[in-house]
Ligand binder design. Structure first.
Ligand code: FES
Ligand SMILES: [Fe+2]
Length: 441
């Protein structure tokens, strides 16, 4: 039916521009949920969010309310948060522990952690002679079609067919390798609460902003300048002439000017994933970093240590739902709520085996750059809302992604921006290319 409502999707996306309805039409949003979010691999959460048997965490995949749950054998399952009896939601809380089994609050049907029916009150007398019995699938909680765990990061796909998680991630898998490899123990642990922000804009506006290297020194200039002034003042007062790294996290928005952003590079992969190379050079020589380096060398040896900390990426975008900053141990998960409302969950992680000071650095970035309490985030949110308002008007039909068009270097389906084209809109072109492929069905 939706396909009939949107007969010619091709007319909405050209290589360098997109029709505004792609962001504002509720029918297109419904089709996106069906063909993209409820099909591809979506990040559910980290395994350390559910450490004990019975622990669950709720998560939205497309339009579907889901549960990520740990079973007593240690396995993790992703289930629809719905009772098969009369449809009651199984868990009304965001997270919790179900105990030894799930028990529906309405008529006490109970289920194993993997969703299989455990009991129905007086089942024999109540259901003899009916099509329902303990084995019938209609009596169990429905599971996500596929679930995979990569280095602790749990993904689910609601489609039974499609690429494996590794095939889907391709080279963007570096987001998780880079984050985990930076831990002396080779794994990370989630900090168990996140910021949740509801943006009054379409979900794609957020994703397009993540690798938009043109905007930081414009949108965040005033915040960066103010931080830079304070940074200089503090540096003047210290013996070594240095301010804490956290000031640099903000001042870089002003000191890295537009022309400098062109020096970085984006690499654009199949399925809409993209990488932005590093810009902050997070290898300071303070005592905390040196202590961390020693632990890493002990764990991995000098050669492997150099390889690990030599990975130079600032941002990995995993389309359509995840933006990862592995070097600062954080990620933002995107959960579309409606055509003009988007939830983002902002999470950060601890490197297992690393000193507390390294965690504090991650926390500083989390609070100063990604949290809703910082001006950086507010700068972006204001743009997102204003973009959505502008796109809802009759002031124009198209959104342009033409910057540095025709200068991309393409090889084997991977598009690299040419030297000195870091502010290219190639990542947006790449995302919309994937969008169009998914939407064609
Ligand atoms: S709706 Fe769950 S037991 Fe009735
Ligand atoms: Fe921004």
């Amino acid at each position: 039916m939706l396909q009939e409502a949107i007969p010619d999707l091709a007319k909405y996306v050209e290589p360098d521009r997109v029709r505004r309805e792609v962001y504002t039409d509720p029918d297109i949003f419904e089709l996106e949920m069906q063909r993209i979010h409820e099909k591809v691999w979506i990040y559910c959460g980290h395994e350390t969010q559910v450490p004990k048997a019975g622990d669950y965490y709720t998560v939205q995949i497309g339009r579907q309310p889901m549960l990520m749950v740990r079973a007593s054998d240690g396995s993790i399952h992703v289930l629809y948060n719905r009772c098969p009896h009369r449809g009651n939601m199984m868990c009304g809380d965001r997270k919790g522990n179900a105990g030894e089994f799930f028990r529906c609050s309405y008529h006490a049907w109970t289920f194993q952690h993997d969703g299989r029916l455990r009991s129905i009150p007086m089942m024999e007398s109540g259901y003899s002679g009916t099509p329902l019995n303990k084995e019938s699938p209609d009596c169990s909680m429905k599971r996500a079609a596929r679930v995979e765990n990569y280095r602790g990061f749990v993904f689910a796909s609601l489609a039974k067919d499609g690429p494996t998680l590794k095939e889907f991630l391709g080279k963007a898998i570096v987001a998780f390798d880079d984050m985990c490899d930076r831990a002396p123990e080779g794994k990370v642990e989630i900090v168990p609460t996140c910021f949740r922000v509801i943006q009054h804009s379409n979900w794609k506006i957020f994703l397009e902003n993540q690798l938009d290297a043109l905007h930081p020194s414009v949108t965040h200039q005033s915040t960066g300048r103010a931080a830079h002034e304070v940074e200089k003042e503090i540096a003047k007062r210290t013996k070594k002439g240095e301010a804490p790294l956290s000031y640099h996290m903000l001042s870089a928005f002003a000191t890295v000017t537009i022309d400098k952003w062109d020096a970085f590079q984006t690499i654009n992969y199949p399925y809409g994933h993209c990488i932005l190379t590093g810009y902050m050079g997070l290898r300071p020589q303070d005592p905390d970093t040196k202590a961390y380096d020693q632990l890493m060398i002990k764990a991995y040896g000098q050669k492997r240590f150099e390889e690990i900390v030599g990975v130079n990426i600032h941002h990995v975008l995993i389309y359509p739902g995840l933006s990862v900053q592995s070097q600062l141990q954080q990620l933002r998960a995107v959960r579309p709520l409606s055509v003009d409302r988007t939830l983002t969950e902002i999470w950060h992680f601890r490197l297992k085996g690393a000193p507390e000071a390294i965690y504090r650095r991650s926390l500083a970035y989390y609070n100063l750059v990604n949290s809703p309490s910082t001006l950086i985030n507010a700068d972006d949110l204001e743009n997102f809302w204003k973009c959505h308002q502008g796109l809802s008007s009759d002031g124009g039909k198209w959104v342009s992604f033409a910057r540095h068009l025709g200068r991309d270097l393409e090889k084997d389906g991977v598009v690299e921006t040419a030297p000195n084209c870091g502010t290219s809109e190639a990542p947006m072109r790449n995302q919309m290319k994937a969008w169009a492929e998914y939407m064609r069905g």
